[in-house]
Design a protein around this ligand. Sequence first.
Ligand SMILES: [Zn+2]
Length: 376
Amino acid sequence: MFKFTITAKEARARTGVFTTPHGDLITPVFAPVGTQATVKTLTPAQVKELGATLVLSNTYHLYLRPGDDVVAGLGGLHRFMRWPYPMLTDSGGFQVFSLAQTRQIDDEGVTFKSHIDGSSHRFTPQRSIRIQENLGADIIMAFDECSDPNDHQYSKLAMERTHRWAEICLKAKRRGDQALFGIVQGGVQADLRAISATFIASLDTPGIAIGGLSVGETKQEMHDMLDVVQPLLPENKPRYLMGVGTPEDLINGVLRGIDIFDCVLPTRLARHHSAFAPEGRLNLMNATFARDERPVDETCDCYTCKTFTRAYLRHLIVAKELLAGTLISIHNLRALIRLMEVIRTYIADGTFEENSSLLLQKWSDNAKRSIQSEVN
Ligand SMILES: [Zn+2]
C-alpha cells in the first residue's frame, strides 16, 4: 500500500513518489499545517488549488476537541474536513510537551492537563496510536519525547524512551492503511543522533521522521544533525523533517536528503500580515504599501499575486478584514509549494546543486531582510 520510488537523485537530494491510500505524494513535498482539521483561513479547495498534496493535522488538538471518537464516528479526518487527499498526523507528544498546562512523564507515558479546560488526560504510545487510528490519516507518527536539545543526559533518557515507545507503537498498530513512521531523536548530540538513526532505521516502518529539530538550536546545529543522521537511514524510505521550516531550511533539508516537511510558518506569518517576497518578508500593514500597486511578488503565480495589489492587502489589514489572512496565506503557502516544485525540477534535471546557491541567496535571511517591523 505504501511504496516509495526514487525517480531522480543528485548527491544526497532525491525526488520521488510516495504512494498512499489517498493519492501519490511527489517528493520533496511541503505540507501545510491544519492544526484543528483546517488550514487556517483557507477552504480545502483553496489548499488544493495551491498545489498542496499533503496536509498535517494535530492529534493533541483533535483528541481534546472535538474528540477522536467524534471524528471516527463522522467517517475519519479526510471525510470530516473534506480533504480527500493524503494526510499526516503527529503523535500528540510534541504538543503535550509544549502546550499542556502541567505534565508528568514516566516510562509508560505522559499525564497532562488540557490547555483548554484544565482537565486531566494521559497519553501512552498505545493510546496515541488508537487516537491516530480513529483520526485515520495516511501517515501517522510513533509517540516520542522531544527533549531540551542541549541537555545530553536528559536527551539520552528521552531518546531511549522514544525507542521503546516506537516498538510499542509498532505492536499496537492495527490498521493496514496507515504508514507508521518512527522518530529519530537525540537533541543536538551527534552520538545520540547516530544511535537513534540506527535504531529507528532498523524498525519495520515505511518511513522515518526526524524530530526534535527547529526547537531553538542554531541552523548549523540542525545541519550537523542532518549530516549525522542521513547516511544511517535507508535510501528506500521517505524521510520527514518535522516542523521545518523556513524557505532556506527547506533548501538545506533537501540538500541533506529530506523528502517531507511541514511548518505553521506560512499561515502564522499571514495572520501577522507578513508575506514572503524576494526582497525580504513584507509587513503589509506598513504605510509604505498604502499606494503600492505591485503584487506581493511579481514572479509568483498565486491567485493573490495575479489579482491584488499590496495597497489593497494593506487596506484589508488596516480595516481588519478577514480576507487579508486568506489572501496572504494563499501567497505564503504557494511560495513554499512553488519552491519545492522548482527544487524537484532541478533534481530531475541534475542541476539542483548548482542552483541551490542561487536559491539560498534568494531565500537566506529572508526574515532579516524584511521591510520595516517584523514578527517571527
Ligand atoms: Zn503570490
